[in-house]
Ligand binder design. Structure first.
Ligand SMILES: [Zn+2]
Length: 337
């Protein structure tokens, strides 16, 4: 009796070891699958739109909970996505590991839960569990994930952007010193289809002024449409270039919500810098972040896959017709079969 009990015990242990071995193989296979994708630097790069966080599960698509945001970072990392700055995307300066897909995170409306400062032992530090804190900590434990994101500033919430400890200058300085970027979301966060050209330019320069007061010489490079609402057709380009009073502005790109309808790659002929697409940072609906991660998993040919060489743009021959070669003269082009 004792002998057979021991015998069964050993079999059970062997089964467990075998099961663990299989699990390891599956996990390993899943991880290496991402890195073994062939380079395709004409594939899509997602720009993700977040707002702020809630400590409890949200009921809508524009705010997520702290735990949702943390699991998004894990989901992106596990699926081979790596954070890059918008400046690096605009300058064709993509430095992520070979086989990985770059992604740009954006945060609208200046929520304190996206970024704010708090006082700790007499020092100003990033507030615990805001998006910036979560990204910074995740990057420490997942080297290579990256620390980047664009914060679109406005005066939407009836209080200053990133409300919390410190002055506006201290907040914006801390954010930029950590490697994050600022963008223009218009001062009043109005429906732009209801405003005339002058009012929109005033709205844009209000944010320019706010940023210049804190960070003289800082150059914002992008804008985001409030509510996704666009100005009248005859002056739509006011989102990218304009002047009010003595203040002038000029940006490389303006983002609208929705993924379809154009590439985010500046050297793609499909790139429309006035209406570049952004996906919502939600897993709820079709065309949200979660939907796209699953979509690219099933259709890996559509996603941007890095060749690991920032100075080379590797393009499969079947996508070569999408290249705007004049926009990549500072790089070596490599067309592959
Ligand atoms: Zn907004």
């Amino acid at each position: 009796m004792r002998i057979s009990e021991k015998h069964y015990g050993k079999t059970a242990v062997l089964k467990i070891i075998y099961a663990l071995f299989l699990t390891f193989l599956l996990v390993f296979a899943a991880k290496t699958a991402v890195y073994s994708l062939e380079p395709n630097e004409m594939g899509e790069i997602m720009i993700v739109m977040y707002h702020g966080l809630r400590p409890y599960p949200p009921k809508e698509n524009y705010l997520c909970s702290i735990s949702d945001f943390k699991s998004d970072m894990q989901m992106l990392y596990d699926n081979g996505y790596r954070l890059i700055s918008l400046a690096d995307l605009l300058d064709n300066n993509i430095k992520v590991e070979k086989g990985c897909t770059p992604i740009v995170l954006t945060f609208d409306d200046g929520y304190s839960t996206a970024f704010s400062l708090e006082e700790k032992n007499g020092k100003l530090v990033t507030a615990a569990d805001c998006c910036v804190d979560i990204i910074n900590k995740f990057n420490e434990t997942h080297p290579g994930f990256g620390r980047a994101g664009v914060f679109y500033i406005c005066d939407y919430q009836g209080q200053e952007p990133f409300y919390g400890a410190g002055t506006m200058k201290q907040r914006l300085t801390a954010l930029v010193e950590m490697g994050y970027e600022l963008g223009n979301h218009t001062g009043s966060h109005s429906y732009l289809n209801k405003l005339n050209k002058e009012s929109i330019m005033k709205d844009m320069t209000d944010v320019e002024k706010l940023v210049a007061d804190s960070l003289p010489g800082y150059k914002m490079r992008s804008a985001a449409y409030p509510y996704g609402s666009v100005p009248n057709k005859s002056y739509q380009d006011v989102m990218l270039k304009g002047k009010f009073g003595e203040i002038e502005y000029e940006y490389d790109v303006a983002f609208r919500e929705k993924m379809v309808g154009g590439s985010t790659l500046p050297y793609s002929v499909e790139h429309n810098k006035l209406f570049a697409p952004r996906v919502r940072g939600s897993n709820n609906a079709v065309w949200d972040l979660g939907w796209y991660v699953r979509h690219y998993d099933k259709n890996p040919d559509e996603r941007f896959v890095s060749d690991g060489e920032p100075d080379v743009i590797t393009v499969p021959a079947r996508y070569a017709q999408k290249l705007d070669v004049w926009k990549c003269l500072n790089k070596t082009l490599k067309i592959v079969e």
